[in-house]
Design a protein around this ligand. Structure first.
Ligand SMILES: NC(=O)c1ccc[n+]([C@@H]2O[C@H](COP(=O)([O-])OP(=O)(O)OC[C@H]3O[C@@H](n4cnc5c(N)ncnc54)[C@H](OP(=O)(O)O)[C@@H]3O)[C@@H](O)[C@H]2O)c1
Length: 276
């Protein structure tokens, strides 16, 4: 069994450097694949109200309870765009917790800033309330750009533990990562494999052949070396296990530089300014 190194967050909690993400994992497959992920050594699981599979995550956590204490697992979920606002967010959280069937979540995120709704400060105030009450062990954001974070930090009492953003070799998010670092906000990469598309890149394939690893392992190792937390999604137990098996090899300086040159500001998901 592989285990990912633990990374300290600004709230004193630790999170695994590599977790398992379940966007587009069908609800009736989620418990089985999350259980496979836990057996492979994952301890961090990422879902969202939007994904429609919170029940499966909770099921896997409960099924593991005989051998793995709840405190060893780290569960993230997110409030969806239509539930922005103080009261709506508190209600949405209760619904997520009910679907998960858990007593608390480790991290509750605002899924998108939704700048046109302009409710994310109130939404975050609800997250702070949940944090104070101990219903969530940590709070943070997702898809926030620097301007959204600046506005949030001016108003907030609690600095977000992390910002989960699209990030892969084609979209390095250099400036945003530097901003995070200067405010002790961890960077977590969604679509760390570029939704699978970056696995086909010639440079990545060449490095994988040199290292005798898979393209996915090369990209996930690059993220780890760069300081990005990742939550790759995969649909087979083999891929799930292989994606965690990245801690017994190293990329050379030439490899890292070649991957850095792939940056082309290319998104596979939506731009945060356009999601509302
Ligand atoms: N906060 C947000 O707005 C947001 C947005 C998107 C995603 N996320 C989170 O980030 C997680 C990951 O992002 P993602 O699912 O968009 O993309 P991803 O993890 O970059 O890529 C997943 C794709 O790569 C393939 N893949 C994974 N491991 C592989 C391997 N070892 N070999 C070959 N192919 C492999 C998967 O195929 P198979 O599934 O067929 O194995 C799938 O098609 C999500 O599950 C979700 O938790 C968050």
């Amino acid at each position: 069994m592989q285990r990912a190194p633990k990374i300290h967050l600004n709230n004193g909690a630790t999170i695994d450097a590599v977790g398992y993400g379940v966007y587009k994992v069908p609800p009736d497959e989620t418990a089985r694949l999350c259980t496979a992920a836990i057996h492979a050594g994952y301890r961090t699981l990422d879902t969202a109200a939007l994904y429609g599979n919170e029940e499966g995550i909770g099921q896997a956590v409960r099924d593991a309870a005989d051998t793995i204490a709840r405190s060893e697992l780290f569960v993230t979920t997110k409030v969806w765009n239509s539930d922005h606002g103080y009261d709506a967010t508190l209600r949405a959280f209760e619904e997520s917790l009910r679907r998960l069937g858990l007593d608390y979540v480790d991290l509750y995120l605002i899924h998108w800033p939704c700048p046109k709704r302009s409710l994310y400060l109130e939404t975050y105030r609800a997250l702070e309330q949940l944090y104070i009450e101990g219903r969530v062990r940590g709070i943070g954001v997702s898809n926030f750009q620097q301007a959204h974070l600046e506005r949030l930090l001016d108003a907030a009492a609690v600095v977000p533990a992390l910002n989960q953003v699209e990030l892969h070799p084609y979209l390095r998010q250099h400036a945003l990562r530097a901003f995070h670092e200067s405010h002790a906000i961890a960077t977590q990469a969604w679509s760390p494999l570029g939704r699978g598309a970056v696995l086909e890149d010639e440079v990545i394939r060449g490095i994988a052949a040199e290292c005798r690893r898979t393209p996915a392992q090369v990209i996930l190792r690059w993220h780890y070396d760069t300081g990005n937390l990742t939550i790759p999604k995969a649909s087979s137990t083999e891929r799930i296990a292989a994606n965690l098996d990245i801690f017994d090899f190293e990329l050379g300086a030439g490899h890292t530089a070649a991957i850095a040159r792939l940056d082309r500001d290319q998104r596979f998901g939506s731009h945060p300014d356009t999601v509302n």
